[in-house]
Design a protein around this ligand. Structure first.
Ligand code: FPP
Length: 255
């Protein structure tokens, strides 16, 4: 997600007018969905995977080019070991069950997150998903996994400091663009719209750099209930916003 604000467009090639090129989603409320029904939390996460499948399909049909989903944060390791293990199991389940169909549908999968501490079998499946789908063009699904925005910014800074110390980069080469290239999301355009479900009004360490000019939509819908109508409603809200990028007039496609 390397572009600076004046390089961004509200819609990209192939995106219908008014449809955000890139939507990022904080999929929240799985636990509350389950608890309100007297079910174990894992049942909420399971239904969350189905909501994710629906949303990928709906986003593709609506012409969204990039969809980023927050599937597991660095902070999520603090959850009870049994829930962490359930979430790892679900991510493997999703990859094993859905990869072939996503691939058939032309979805390119990218993983954004720290590679360390990822269980070997999960890491292998994520790697396989990226490799299998790397040339697909219909839509890019970015799975933020073991992701933390502050950690991402720190590792980019460290890589730049190392390059400067090694003499392969000069301090004046440090720009928004060269910094963004060292984020996990290099080459992915910034999100135009960030959606968070379940009524929480926080960013929770998600895409802090990349969301600098994003529009935010918060909905009370719990993630397992999220469907195409909710996505369309968020896009309709997005359409009503004026994006001025710090200027005085609305900008659709900044020069
Ligand atoms: C937040 O709900 C959700 C998560 C921490 C995990 C999201 C994971 C999935 C939707 C499924 C797995 C992902 C993939 C890519 C297959 P919460 O547990 O914090 O809900 P609560 O706030 O109601 O407790």
């Amino acid at each position: 997600m390397g572009s600076s604000p004046n390089q961004k467009a509200m819609t990209g090639p192939g995106s219908p007018a008014g449809v955000p090129r890139h939507i990022a989603i904080i999929m929240d409320g799985n636990g509350r969905w389950a608890q309100s029904r007297g079910l174990p939390r894992i049942e909420g996460h399971r239904r969350g995977v189905e909501a994710l499948r629906r949303t990928v399909d709906a986003a593709g049909k609506l012409g969204v080019q990039y969809l980023t989903v927050y599937s597991f944060s660095i902070e999520n390791w603090r959850r009870p070991a049994s829930e962490v293990s359930d979430l790892m199991g679900l991510i493997k389940f999703f990859m094993r069950r859905d990869l072939a169909e996503l691939h058939r549908n032309g979805v390119r999968i990218c993983i954004a997150g720290a590679p360390d501490e990822v269980p070997h079998d999960v890491g292998a499946l994520l790697h396989e998903a990226q490799e299998t789908t790397r040339n697909n063009k219909a839509m890019t699904l970015v799975i933020a996994f073991n992701y933390g925005a502050r950690q991402e910014i720190v590792q980019a800074t460290r890589r730049i400091a190392e390059a400067v110390a090694a003499g392969t980069m000069r301090p004046e080469d440090v720009t928004e663009a060269s910094f963004a290239k060292r984020l996990y999301t290099a080459d992915i355009p910034d999100p135009d719209l960030v959606i968070r479900t379940s009524g929480e009004l926080r960013l929770s360490n998600f895409l802090l750099w990349q969301s600098a000019y994003a529009e935010f939509v918060f909905t009370d819908v719990l993630w397992p209930d999220f469907d195409r109508a909710d996505l369309e409603a968020a896009i309709a809200t997005f359409r009503q916003r004026e994006r001025r990028y710090g200027g005085l007039s609305p900008v659709e496609t900044p020069a």
